[in-house]
Design a protein around this ligand. Structure first.
Ligand SMILES: N[C@@H](CCC(=O)N[C@@H](CS)C(=O)NCC(=O)O)C(=O)O
Length: 203
C-alpha cells in the first residue's frame, strides 16, 4: 500500500492518521500539481491532489476516505461508527465547511502566496474572512470548554480532522489568541507524536 503525500494541510492529516494507526503503508512524497508530474498523477487521482492511498489496482483519494479505510484496516474505532457515526460526520462536515474553510484563507494568503507564488497576501481577502473565522472558532472553543475531545471523551479522527489548520495557525497568522480551549486541545494533540511530527523521517 502506498500513501502519496505532500506537506500541505490535507495530506498532513492523512500522514498523521497513518502514523498514529501504524498503518502498513509506504509513504511516497508527491508534487501532483507540478506540470512535470500532473498528467501521470491523474491516473491515481483525476483531481491531481494528494493524499492518495493506492492498494493494488485501486486508488482512494480524499483525506477522510483514506482515514476511514486506514482505521478499518487497523481494526480500531479511531473512526467512530455505529451510534457515533452521525457525530463523526457532523464534525468532518462542520470543520470542512466552516473552521477549516476560513483557516485555509489565512493559510493560502500568508503561507502559500509568499512561499510558492512569490505574491503578497491580500489583506482585503484576509479581512473578509475574519468574521467567519471568529464565528466558528468561538463555536469550537465553547464546545471544548466542557470536553477534552470532540467525540465520546476520547481521541478520534474527528479531532485530527477538525484540527487540520492548527499546526499552521502561527505561521499563517490565524487569529487564534484568546481561544484558550482550542489552544489547550491543540496542545493535547501536539502531545501525540504522530500528530506533532507526521513527516519525521519522511522528508
Ligand atoms: N478534498 C481533498 C483536498 C486535497 C487537497 O486540496 N490537496 C492539496 C494539499 S492541501 C494538494 O494536493 N495540493 C498540491 C500539493 O500539495 O502538492 C482532501 O480532503 O483530501
Amino acid at each position: 500500500m502506498k500513501l502519496y503525500f505532500s506537506t500541505n494541510l490535507n495530506p498532513r492529516v492523512a500522514v498523521a492518521v497513518a502514523r498514529y494507526l501504524g498503518s502498513p503503508v509506504e509513504f511516497v512524497r508527491a508534487s501532483p500539481r507540478d506540470p512535470r508530474f500532473e498528467d501521470s498523477f491523474r491516473l491515481i487521482n483525476p483531481n491531481a491532489l494528494v493524499p492518495v492511498l493506492v492498494e493494488g489496482d485501486s486508488a482512494l483519494w480524499e483525506t477522510d476516505a483514506i482515514a476511514c479505510r486506514l482505521s478499518g484496516i487497523a481494526g480500531v474505532d479511531f473512526w467512530p461508527t455505529g451510534a457515533l457515526l452521525p457525530e463523526t460526520v457532523k464534525w468532518l462536515s462542520w470543520s470542512r465547511s466552516h473552521l477549516t474553510a476560513a483557516g485555509e484563507v489565512y493559510y493560502f494568503e500568508n503561507i502559500v502566496k509568499p512561499k510558492y507564488l512569490a505574491a503578497l497576501p491580500d489583506q482585503r481577502v484576509i479581512e473578509a474572512i475574519e468574521e467567519d473565522f471568529h464565528r466558528y472558532a468561538k463555536v469550537l472553543d465553547d464546545i471544548l470548554g466542557s470536553r477534552r475531545w470532540l467525540i465520546d471523551d476520547r481521541l478520534t479522527y474527528a479531532d485530527f480532522r477538525a484540527a487540520t489548520i492548527m499546526p499552521f495557525a502561527q505561521e499563517a497568522r490565524m487569529p487564534v489568541e484568546g481561544y484558550n480551549n482550542i489552544l489547550e486541545w491543540a496542545g493535547r494533540l501536539d502531545d501525540i507524536e504522530a500528530w506533532r511530527a507526521p513527516f519525521s523521517g519522511l522528508i
